[in-house]
Design a protein around this ligand. Sequence first.
Ligand code: HEM
Length: 409
Amino acid sequence: MQTATAIEHPSHVAPDRVIDFDVYQPMHDGLGFHESWKALQDSGLPDVLWTPQNGGHWLVIRGKLISQVLADYANFSSHTILVPKDTAGVAYRVIPISLDPPEHRPFRNLLNDDLSPKRIRSVEDSIREIAVDLIEAFRSKGQCNFVTEFAEQLPIRVFMKMVNLPLEDVPKLKYLVDQFTRPDGKLTYAEVTRLFLDYLEPVIEERRGKEGKDMISRMLQSKIGDRFMTDAEAANLCIQVLVGGLDTVINFLSFVMVFLARNPETRHILEKSPDRIPSAINELLRRFPLITVGREITHDMNFEGVHLKQGEMIMLPTILHGLDEQENADSMSVDFDRTTIRHSTFGSGPHTCPGAFLARTEVRLMLEEWLSRIPDFNIAAESEVGYTGGIVAAVKPFSLAWDASTTRA
Ligand code: HEM
């Protein structure tokens, strides 16, 4: 990370706002993912910055402003949410995330129905069962690769069941999702979209007009105002649901378990009082946010001392809301007694994550089952913890270890 007046920037951007920072590769100076973002926030720079990276864009680094811009669709449109705008941004115009109200609303209503607390509660027992089966498969070994053997398994198995897609398709779909959220350059965004559509179009064709009870079938049976979705709309909606369902929870669980492995005192609070797990999850969500999205500026305007131009992109790291000292005192500490918790980990405004209840449920069931079966665990001696930046940040595969003789069946 460096500030430099020498960096080329548009003439309406003041030099003191310019910084060379890649929002998708924020790690610097050997710091971890959250620590790197936090260092940027604490560096004394103005609240709104401009970086030449990823096609050049604005970047907000204060929690309250991040939440405000995310929700203000009149000034900051979701028409484009990724940078570079001309490549990733144009290719990722899926439904409903790239629609503003009022067009956004009817599509969003479908998701709200399908991911409602009532519906998720009806599958809670089966989620718990999957969590228990996964833990029992490695409990007596005293070790597991947490990412590949648990985090990648639980949310994906739950989700594939909800959308009624075969588990053997997971590697293909997960690869495509990862190419969106943490691209490695092997495919362009346009290619990823095409491959998603090649997969989804026959699924939609096959389920259209049938009485299926899975999430995709139910969305096809529901109306957008007075009509059904077109095939193209349905495919685009499915892409967004798959991206949400197949990636975020995996990475959040991984960040949480690295923390709990390294902080036994905090872990023991939850292990001794499992009734505290539901409220503790909100504090963990505040401390371990992982998504960076953006908005397209709808018209020229003055905003927080800078001049924004129509069509420019402004990026909003949700990471910097929960970690902002102005919003949450002693923000890098995990404190389950915190009374007021402010974050935008699930976003803010009309696009606030519809999968939040499912995500919280999966995290709760996982913690309840894990901590009652494997109370004491560490990062395995041979395992290094590393991070990958991106639209959704990830923890690289790491192993946890425990004394198998002390675990509880
Ligand atoms: C810890 C887990 C999760 C986190 C941190 C997370 C975070 C977010 C955030 C920040 C947004 C707003 C993006 C924006 O404003 O542009 C969002 C939207 C969305 N998420 Fe999640 N999410 C999670 C889990 C899930 C799950 C499990 C699903 C689906 C099963 C899901 C589906 C979606 C969808 C469909 C949207 C778009 C909503 C809209 O445009 O109205 N998410 N999520």
